[in-house]
Write a protein that binds this ligand. Structure first.
Ligand code: GS8
Length: 221
């Protein structure tokens, strides 16, 4: 039986982008169903009754949630094509450690930059933001990719934040290139060398507009 794969997704989502990249790396065809997060569909509520969030991968009728878990699921199910996680148990554990760090830290510090009010809060959010990104830069070191010579799961987990650099820079009034040049060069490398990244990279000004709208909706601006 051919695999039936459906994504309940939301185009600007970095979490959605992770899974779109992984599916493209593996060459898996899927049906894309854009979701309205302000008016959730009965299908989304049925498929992710716990968190009620995108994204959800539905594989042959069975739902899986949480982007990093989905990434590993994809790697395990389609293990014969383009491995995403290292096969060595220690390296696998390290890759999971960094993906977890990205989920716990990178997203949060970025949101703080978007939502910071007043000079003091803006300054603190910028400081926290670069503490985390410089940590990622140190982990990258001299390697071309977080996965070493090849693009892997940590690259996927992190590169999805790069279409948001423009939004971070605009709200934070700073330059990623000046503070983290190796990260900017790595993101460019991923986009230039990986069609899976280039194809799922969405318009940076749209992302900015999305955050402007979001701030209005939640009454921050
Ligand atoms: C995050 C999903 C998420 O935040 C993952 O898949 O990795 N840890 C999860 N989804 C957001 C949209 S992307 O910012 C969402 O669905 N929000 C709707 C809501 O919170 O009601």
């Amino acid at each position: 039986m051919a695999d039936e794969v459906t994504l309940l997704d939301f185009l600007p989502s970095m979490f959605g982008m992770r899974v779109r990249i992984a599916l493209a790396e593996k060459g898996i065809k899927y049906e894309y169903k854009e979701q309205d997060l302000f008016n959730k569909s009965p299908l989304l509520l049925e498929m992710n009754p716990v968190h009620k969030k995108i994204l959800v991968l539905i594989h042959n009728g069975k739902p899986i949630s949480e982007s990093l878990i989905i990434l590993e699921y994809i790697d395990e199910v389609w293990h014969d094509k383009a491995p995403l996680l290292p096969s060595d148990p220690y390296e696998r554990a390290q890759a999971r450690f960094w993906a977890d760090f990205i989920d716990k830290k990178v997203n949060n510090v970025g949101r703080k930059v978007w939502f910071a009010r007043g000079d003091e809060e803006k300054e603190t959010s910028k400081k926290e933001f670069f503490e985390v990104w410089k940590q990622m830069e140190a982990e990258l070191g001299k390697k071309p990719y977080f996965g070493g010579e090849s693009f892997g799961s940590v690259d996927i987990a992190l590169v999805v934040f790069s279409p948001w650099f423009y939004t971070y820079e605009t709200f934070g009034n700073f330059s990623m290139e000046e503070e983290c040049p190796k990260i900017v060069a790595w993101a460019k490398r991923c986009r230039e060398n990986k069609e899976s990244v280039a194809r799922s990279f969405h318009d940076e000004t749209n992302n900015y507009d999305y955050v402007v709208q979001l701030k209005k909706k939640i009454g921050i601006e």
